[in-house]
Design a binder for this molecule. Structure first.
Ligand SMILES: C[S@@+](CC[C@H](N)C(=O)[O-])C[C@H]1O[C@@H](n2cnc3c(N)ncnc32)[C@H](O)[C@@H]1O
Length: 362
Protein backbone atom coordinates (compact mmCIF):
# COMPACT_ATOMS: atom_id res chain seq x y z
CA UNK A 1 0.00 0.00 0.00
CA UNK A 2 1.35 3.42 -0.87
CA UNK A 3 0.11 6.56 0.74
CA UNK A 4 1.56 9.77 1.99
CA UNK A 5 0.88 10.08 5.63
CA UNK A 6 1.05 13.72 6.59
CA UNK A 7 1.81 14.95 10.06
CA UNK A 8 1.27 18.27 11.72
CA UNK A 9 3.48 19.20 14.57
CA UNK A 10 2.25 21.93 16.79
CA UNK A 11 2.72 23.58 20.13
CA UNK A 12 5.53 23.59 22.65
CA UNK A 13 8.66 21.67 21.70
CA UNK A 14 9.79 19.42 24.50
CA UNK A 15 13.43 19.30 23.53
CA UNK A 16 15.61 17.36 25.92
CA UNK A 17 19.00 18.97 26.37
CA UNK A 18 21.64 16.45 27.44
CA UNK A 19 23.78 19.29 28.90
CA UNK A 20 21.12 19.92 31.50
CA UNK A 21 21.32 16.50 33.12
CA UNK A 22 24.13 17.39 35.52
CA UNK A 23 22.98 20.88 36.50
CA UNK A 24 22.51 21.04 40.25
CA UNK A 25 19.95 23.86 40.03
CA UNK A 26 17.60 21.41 38.27
CA UNK A 27 17.70 18.82 41.07
CA UNK A 28 14.74 18.24 43.38
CA UNK A 29 14.73 18.25 47.17
CA UNK A 30 12.15 16.85 49.61
CA UNK A 31 10.89 13.29 49.92
CA UNK A 32 10.42 10.96 46.96
CA UNK A 33 7.03 9.59 45.98
CA UNK A 34 6.82 6.61 43.65
CA UNK A 35 4.18 5.40 41.18
CA UNK A 36 2.07 8.53 41.08
CA UNK A 37 0.02 9.71 38.11
CA UNK A 38 -0.11 13.46 37.63
CA UNK A 39 -2.06 15.28 34.94
CA UNK A 40 -1.57 18.84 33.76
CA UNK A 41 -4.09 21.08 32.07
CA UNK A 42 -4.37 22.49 28.63
CA UNK A 43 -6.27 25.72 27.88
CA UNK A 44 -9.80 25.17 26.62
CA UNK A 45 -10.62 26.96 23.41
CA UNK A 46 -14.15 27.81 22.34
CA UNK A 47 -15.53 28.43 25.81
CA UNK A 48 -15.42 31.30 28.25
CA UNK A 49 -17.07 29.22 30.95
CA UNK A 50 -14.98 30.03 34.00
CA UNK A 51 -15.87 26.70 35.65
CA UNK A 52 -13.60 25.00 33.10
CA UNK A 53 -10.65 26.86 34.57
CA UNK A 54 -11.11 26.21 38.28
CA UNK A 55 -9.76 23.45 40.51
CA UNK A 56 -11.59 21.36 43.15
CA UNK A 57 -11.62 24.34 45.54
CA UNK A 58 -12.48 27.01 43.00
CA UNK A 59 -8.89 28.22 42.49
CA UNK A 60 -7.80 29.07 38.96
CA UNK A 61 -5.97 26.27 37.11
CA UNK A 62 -2.51 27.23 35.89
CA UNK A 63 -1.14 25.65 32.73
CA UNK A 64 2.47 24.92 31.92
CA UNK A 65 2.29 27.66 29.30
CA UNK A 66 1.09 30.14 31.99
CA UNK A 67 4.13 29.19 34.06
CA UNK A 68 6.61 29.40 31.18
CA UNK A 69 5.26 32.80 30.20
CA UNK A 70 5.59 34.08 33.78
CA UNK A 71 1.84 34.38 34.37
CA UNK A 72 1.80 31.78 37.16
CA UNK A 73 4.00 30.82 40.10
CA UNK A 74 3.31 27.10 39.63
CA UNK A 75 1.68 24.64 37.25
CA UNK A 76 -1.53 23.04 38.49
CA UNK A 77 -1.54 19.26 38.35
CA UNK A 78 -4.17 16.70 39.28
CA UNK A 79 -2.94 13.77 41.35
CA UNK A 80 -4.57 10.37 41.74
CA UNK A 81 -6.43 9.98 45.01
CA UNK A 82 -4.67 6.71 45.86
CA UNK A 83 -1.31 8.51 46.08
CA UNK A 84 -2.46 10.28 49.25
CA UNK A 85 -0.72 13.53 48.25
CA UNK A 86 -2.65 16.37 49.84
CA UNK A 87 -4.08 19.44 48.13
CA UNK A 88 -1.49 22.18 47.72
CA UNK A 89 1.57 19.89 47.84
CA UNK A 90 4.46 21.20 45.74
CA UNK A 91 5.93 18.65 43.35
CA UNK A 92 9.24 18.68 41.52
CA UNK A 93 10.19 16.34 38.64
CA UNK A 94 13.84 16.42 37.67
CA UNK A 95 13.22 15.06 34.17
CA UNK A 96 10.81 17.90 33.51
CA UNK A 97 13.29 20.47 34.83
CA UNK A 98 15.97 19.01 32.59
CA UNK A 99 13.71 19.19 29.56
CA UNK A 100 13.01 22.87 30.10
CA UNK A 101 16.42 23.81 31.50
CA UNK A 102 14.81 25.44 34.54
CA UNK A 103 12.84 24.50 37.64
CA UNK A 104 9.19 23.75 36.88
CA UNK A 105 7.18 24.03 40.06
CA UNK A 106 4.06 21.86 40.08
CA UNK A 107 1.30 22.00 42.66
CA UNK A 108 -1.38 19.37 43.26
CA UNK A 109 -4.69 21.20 43.17
CA UNK A 110 -7.12 18.63 41.75
CA UNK A 111 -7.79 14.93 42.01
CA UNK A 112 -8.33 12.39 39.32
CA UNK A 113 -9.84 8.97 39.72
CA UNK A 114 -7.90 6.23 37.96
CA UNK A 115 -10.20 4.71 35.39
CA UNK A 116 -7.92 2.92 33.01
CA UNK A 117 -8.75 -0.60 34.14
CA UNK A 118 -12.50 -0.34 33.92
CA UNK A 119 -13.00 1.51 30.66
CA UNK A 120 -15.88 0.27 28.57
CA UNK A 121 -15.88 1.79 25.13
CA UNK A 122 -19.21 2.13 23.30
CA UNK A 123 -19.30 0.15 20.03
CA UNK A 124 -19.47 2.02 16.75
CA UNK A 125 -22.82 2.55 15.04
CA UNK A 126 -24.22 4.56 12.16
CA UNK A 127 -26.58 7.43 13.06
CA UNK A 128 -29.51 8.07 10.76
CA UNK A 129 -30.47 11.72 10.41
CA UNK A 130 -34.18 12.25 11.07
CA UNK A 131 -36.46 14.56 9.01
CA UNK A 132 -36.95 16.64 12.21
CA UNK A 133 -33.19 17.19 12.45
CA UNK A 134 -33.03 18.28 8.81
CA UNK A 135 -35.94 20.71 9.23
CA UNK A 136 -34.70 22.12 12.55
CA UNK A 137 -34.42 25.91 12.84
CA UNK A 138 -31.99 27.51 15.27
CA UNK A 139 -32.42 30.83 17.01
CA UNK A 140 -29.65 33.38 16.32
CA UNK A 141 -28.44 33.28 19.94
CA UNK A 142 -27.78 29.52 19.62
CA UNK A 143 -25.01 29.80 17.02
CA UNK A 144 -22.27 32.13 15.89
CA UNK A 145 -21.24 33.04 12.36
CA UNK A 146 -17.59 33.75 11.73
CA UNK A 147 -14.88 33.64 9.13
CA UNK A 148 -13.38 30.41 10.47
CA UNK A 149 -10.78 30.19 7.69
CA UNK A 150 -9.76 33.01 5.37
CA UNK A 151 -12.61 33.45 2.92
CA UNK A 152 -14.71 30.72 4.54
CA UNK A 153 -17.60 31.78 6.77
CA UNK A 154 -19.36 29.12 8.81
CA UNK A 155 -22.30 29.09 11.19
CA UNK A 156 -21.45 27.07 14.27
CA UNK A 157 -23.62 25.97 17.16
CA UNK A 158 -22.38 27.46 20.44
CA UNK A 159 -20.83 24.79 22.64
CA UNK A 160 -21.81 26.59 25.86
CA UNK A 161 -25.50 26.46 24.85
CA UNK A 162 -25.34 22.77 24.01
CA UNK A 163 -23.44 21.95 27.19
CA UNK A 164 -26.14 23.72 29.17
CA UNK A 165 -28.92 21.90 27.29
CA UNK A 166 -27.28 18.50 27.72
CA UNK A 167 -26.80 19.22 31.42
CA UNK A 168 -30.50 20.18 31.69
CA UNK A 169 -31.38 16.94 29.88
CA UNK A 170 -29.38 15.03 32.53
CA UNK A 171 -26.79 13.77 30.08
CA UNK A 172 -24.59 11.98 32.64
CA UNK A 173 -21.32 12.14 30.68
CA UNK A 174 -21.55 15.88 30.26
CA UNK A 175 -22.61 16.46 33.87
CA UNK A 176 -19.65 14.37 35.03
CA UNK A 177 -17.23 16.25 32.76
CA UNK A 178 -18.61 19.58 33.94
CA UNK A 179 -18.45 18.64 37.60
CA UNK A 180 -14.81 17.60 37.21
CA UNK A 181 -14.03 20.71 35.13
CA UNK A 182 -12.69 18.29 32.60
CA UNK A 183 -12.41 18.36 28.81
CA UNK A 184 -12.41 14.60 28.56
CA UNK A 185 -13.51 11.58 30.53
CA UNK A 186 -11.97 8.57 28.79
CA UNK A 187 -14.53 6.31 27.09
CA UNK A 188 -17.38 8.51 28.32
CA UNK A 189 -16.93 11.96 26.85
CA UNK A 190 -14.02 12.60 24.48
CA UNK A 191 -14.12 16.36 24.09
CA UNK A 192 -16.18 16.74 20.91
CA UNK A 193 -18.31 19.67 22.07
CA UNK A 194 -15.46 22.13 21.80
CA UNK A 195 -13.45 23.12 18.76
CA UNK A 196 -9.79 22.34 19.37
CA UNK A 197 -7.04 24.54 18.02
CA UNK A 198 -5.38 22.18 15.49
CA UNK A 199 -8.66 22.16 13.56
CA UNK A 200 -7.98 25.76 12.57
CA UNK A 201 -4.46 24.95 11.39
CA UNK A 202 -5.58 21.89 9.46
CA UNK A 203 -8.43 23.75 7.73
CA UNK A 204 -6.16 26.65 6.82
CA UNK A 205 -3.62 24.18 5.45
CA UNK A 206 -6.25 22.46 3.27
CA UNK A 207 -7.22 25.84 1.83
CA UNK A 208 -3.72 27.18 1.34
CA UNK A 209 -2.51 24.00 -0.37
CA UNK A 210 -5.69 23.95 -2.46
CA UNK A 211 -6.23 20.27 -1.77
CA UNK A 212 -8.73 19.08 -4.37
CA UNK A 213 -11.75 17.65 -2.56
CA UNK A 214 -14.41 17.80 -5.31
CA UNK A 215 -16.17 14.43 -5.59
CA UNK A 216 -13.75 12.88 -3.10
CA UNK A 217 -14.81 10.65 -0.21
CA UNK A 218 -13.61 12.23 3.01
CA UNK A 219 -13.69 11.13 6.65
CA UNK A 220 -13.58 13.72 9.44
CA UNK A 221 -12.36 11.26 12.07
CA UNK A 222 -13.02 12.41 15.63
CA UNK A 223 -14.90 15.32 14.14
CA UNK A 224 -16.41 17.02 17.20
CA UNK A 225 -18.16 20.10 15.78
CA UNK A 226 -17.20 18.81 12.31
CA UNK A 227 -15.45 21.96 11.07
CA UNK A 228 -13.10 20.06 8.75
CA UNK A 229 -16.04 18.06 7.40
CA UNK A 230 -17.97 21.30 6.79
CA UNK A 231 -15.03 22.74 4.91
CA UNK A 232 -14.83 19.54 2.82
CA UNK A 233 -18.56 19.76 2.04
CA UNK A 234 -17.98 23.34 0.88
CA UNK A 235 -15.37 21.91 -1.47
CA UNK A 236 -17.96 19.46 -2.84
CA UNK A 237 -16.69 16.33 -1.14
CA UNK A 238 -18.85 13.54 0.28
CA UNK A 239 -18.18 13.49 4.00
CA UNK A 240 -18.42 10.89 6.74
CA UNK A 241 -18.43 12.52 10.15
CA UNK A 242 -17.35 10.42 13.14
CA UNK A 243 -17.42 11.31 16.83
CA UNK A 244 -17.29 9.03 19.87
CA UNK A 245 -20.37 10.62 21.44
CA UNK A 246 -23.72 10.33 19.69
CA UNK A 247 -24.84 13.36 21.79
CA UNK A 248 -22.15 15.46 20.11
CA UNK A 249 -23.21 14.37 16.62
CA UNK A 250 -26.90 14.99 17.37
CA UNK A 251 -26.55 18.30 19.15
CA UNK A 252 -23.57 19.91 17.41
CA UNK A 253 -22.28 18.18 14.26
CA UNK A 254 -25.59 17.52 12.50
CA UNK A 255 -26.98 20.98 13.45
CA UNK A 256 -23.78 22.54 12.07
CA UNK A 257 -24.35 20.78 8.73
CA UNK A 258 -28.02 21.86 8.79
CA UNK A 259 -27.03 25.47 9.51
CA UNK A 260 -24.65 25.63 6.56
CA UNK A 261 -26.15 23.37 3.88
CA UNK A 262 -29.46 22.41 2.30
CA UNK A 263 -31.30 19.24 3.31
CA UNK A 264 -30.38 17.30 0.17
CA UNK A 265 -26.67 17.70 0.90
CA UNK A 266 -27.23 16.11 4.29
CA UNK A 267 -29.16 13.18 2.87
CA UNK A 268 -26.98 12.55 -0.16
CA UNK A 269 -23.47 13.64 0.81
CA UNK A 270 -23.15 13.03 4.55
CA UNK A 271 -23.00 10.05 6.88
CA UNK A 272 -22.57 10.11 10.63
CA UNK A 273 -20.91 7.51 12.84
CA UNK A 274 -20.73 7.32 16.64
CA UNK A 275 -18.77 5.07 19.00
CA UNK A 276 -15.30 3.68 19.40
CA UNK A 277 -12.69 3.57 16.66
CA UNK A 278 -11.91 -0.07 17.52
CA UNK A 279 -15.17 -1.28 15.98
CA UNK A 280 -15.53 1.47 13.35
CA UNK A 281 -13.18 -0.11 10.82
CA UNK A 282 -15.36 -3.22 10.57
CA UNK A 283 -18.66 -1.28 10.61
CA UNK A 284 -17.81 0.82 7.57
CA UNK A 285 -18.81 -0.41 4.15
CA UNK A 286 -15.88 -2.53 2.85
CA UNK A 287 -16.42 -1.31 -0.71
CA UNK A 288 -16.00 2.35 0.28
CA UNK A 289 -12.53 3.60 0.97
CA UNK A 290 -11.51 7.16 1.66
CA UNK A 291 -9.55 9.52 -0.54
CA UNK A 292 -8.78 11.61 2.52
CA UNK A 293 -8.99 10.97 6.23
CA UNK A 294 -8.67 14.18 8.24
CA UNK A 295 -8.18 13.85 11.96
CA UNK A 296 -7.46 16.70 14.36
CA UNK A 297 -6.52 16.46 18.05
CA UNK A 298 -7.17 12.74 18.26
CA UNK A 299 -3.76 11.35 19.22
CA UNK A 300 -3.72 12.55 22.84
CA UNK A 301 -4.45 9.11 24.33
CA UNK A 302 -1.77 6.51 23.46
CA UNK A 303 -4.25 3.72 24.24
CA UNK A 304 -6.15 4.74 21.11
CA UNK A 305 -3.21 4.95 18.70
CA UNK A 306 -3.53 1.38 17.40
CA UNK A 307 -7.28 1.81 16.89
CA UNK A 308 -6.71 4.90 14.77
CA UNK A 309 -3.97 3.25 12.80
CA UNK A 310 -6.18 0.23 12.08
CA UNK A 311 -8.76 2.55 10.52
CA UNK A 312 -6.12 4.19 8.32
CA UNK A 313 -4.87 0.80 7.17
CA UNK A 314 -8.25 -0.70 6.43
CA UNK A 315 -10.22 2.27 5.15
CA UNK A 316 -7.80 4.44 3.15
CA UNK A 317 -7.58 4.11 -0.63
CA UNK A 318 -4.24 2.91 -1.98
CA UNK A 319 -3.50 6.44 -3.22
CA UNK A 320 -5.30 8.13 -0.32
CA UNK A 321 -3.83 10.51 2.24
CA UNK A 322 -4.37 10.83 5.97
CA UNK A 323 -3.81 14.23 7.54
CA UNK A 324 -3.16 14.11 11.26
CA UNK A 325 -3.19 17.43 13.09
CA UNK A 326 -1.98 17.24 16.63
CA UNK A 327 0.46 18.43 19.22
CA UNK A 328 4.00 17.25 19.73
CA UNK A 329 3.10 16.13 23.23
CA UNK A 330 -0.11 16.13 25.23
CA UNK A 331 1.09 17.05 28.68
CA UNK A 332 -0.80 15.11 31.33
CA UNK A 333 -2.38 12.64 28.90
CA UNK A 334 0.71 11.03 27.43
CA UNK A 335 0.08 10.84 23.68
CA UNK A 336 1.79 12.92 21.04
CA UNK A 337 2.86 13.19 17.45
CA UNK A 338 6.26 11.49 17.66
CA UNK A 339 4.90 8.51 19.54
CA UNK A 340 2.12 8.08 16.96
CA UNK A 341 4.53 8.59 14.09
CA UNK A 342 6.83 5.86 15.49
CA UNK A 343 3.96 3.41 15.62
CA UNK A 344 3.23 4.00 11.94
CA UNK A 345 6.85 3.94 10.84
CA UNK A 346 7.40 0.66 12.69
CA UNK A 347 4.71 -1.05 10.65
CA UNK A 348 6.26 0.21 7.43
CA UNK A 349 2.98 0.36 5.54
CA UNK A 350 2.72 4.13 5.03
CA UNK A 351 5.02 6.90 3.96
CA UNK A 352 5.13 9.52 6.70
CA UNK A 353 5.79 13.17 6.07
CA UNK A 354 5.66 16.21 8.32
CA UNK A 355 4.11 18.96 6.22
CA UNK A 356 3.52 21.85 8.59
CA UNK A 357 4.57 22.80 12.06
CA UNK A 358 4.33 25.68 14.47
CA UNK A 359 5.93 26.33 17.80
CA UNK A 360 3.17 28.67 18.81
CA UNK A 361 1.08 26.89 21.39
CA UNK A 362 -1.28 29.78 22.12
C1 LIG B 1 -10.25 16.51 21.39
S1 LIG B 1 -11.60 16.10 20.41
C2 LIG B 1 -11.18 16.87 18.88
C3 LIG B 1 -12.40 17.26 18.10
C4 LIG B 1 -12.13 17.93 16.75
N1 LIG B 1 -11.43 17.07 15.84
C5 LIG B 1 -11.38 19.23 16.92
O1 LIG B 1 -10.18 19.28 16.59
O2 LIG B 1 -11.97 20.20 17.37
C6 LIG B 1 -11.26 14.39 20.11
C7 LIG B 1 -12.20 13.71 19.15
O3 LIG B 1 -11.84 12.34 18.98
C8 LIG B 1 -12.97 11.52 19.25
N2 LIG B 1 -12.49 10.30 19.92
C9 LIG B 1 -11.58 10.24 20.91
N3 LIG B 1 -11.36 8.96 21.28
C10 LIG B 1 -12.16 8.20 20.49
C11 LIG B 1 -12.38 6.80 20.37
N4 LIG B 1 -11.74 5.92 21.13
N5 LIG B 1 -13.25 6.38 19.46
C12 LIG B 1 -13.91 7.26 18.68
N6 LIG B 1 -13.75 8.59 18.72
C13 LIG B 1 -12.88 9.07 19.63
C14 LIG B 1 -13.85 12.35 20.15
O4 LIG B 1 -15.19 11.97 20.12
C15 LIG B 1 -13.63 13.74 19.60
O5 LIG B 1 -14.41 13.97 18.49
Amino acid sequence: MFAIFALFLFSIVFASDKNNVNRTDLKCTGYAIHNVSLSGYYPVFGTDDKRNHLDDRGKELKTLQDYLDGRARYVTVAGNLKSGISYGTNICIEKLNEQFGRQILLQVCNYIIEQKDKLEWISASKLEVTPEQIKAKYEAYYYTEAEVFSGCNLKLIRSDKVTQDLTDQHCQNIIEAESKHSDLIPAKYEGGLKIWECTFDLGQYILEKEIELKDKLVMDLGCGAGVIGLLSLRKNATVHFQDYNAEVLKSVTIPNVVLNFYGTIITTKCEFYAGDWASLATLLDESKKYDYIFTSETIYNPDNHKKLYKIFKRRLKADGVVFVAGKTYYFGVGGGMRQFENLILKDGCFDVKSVWRSQDGD
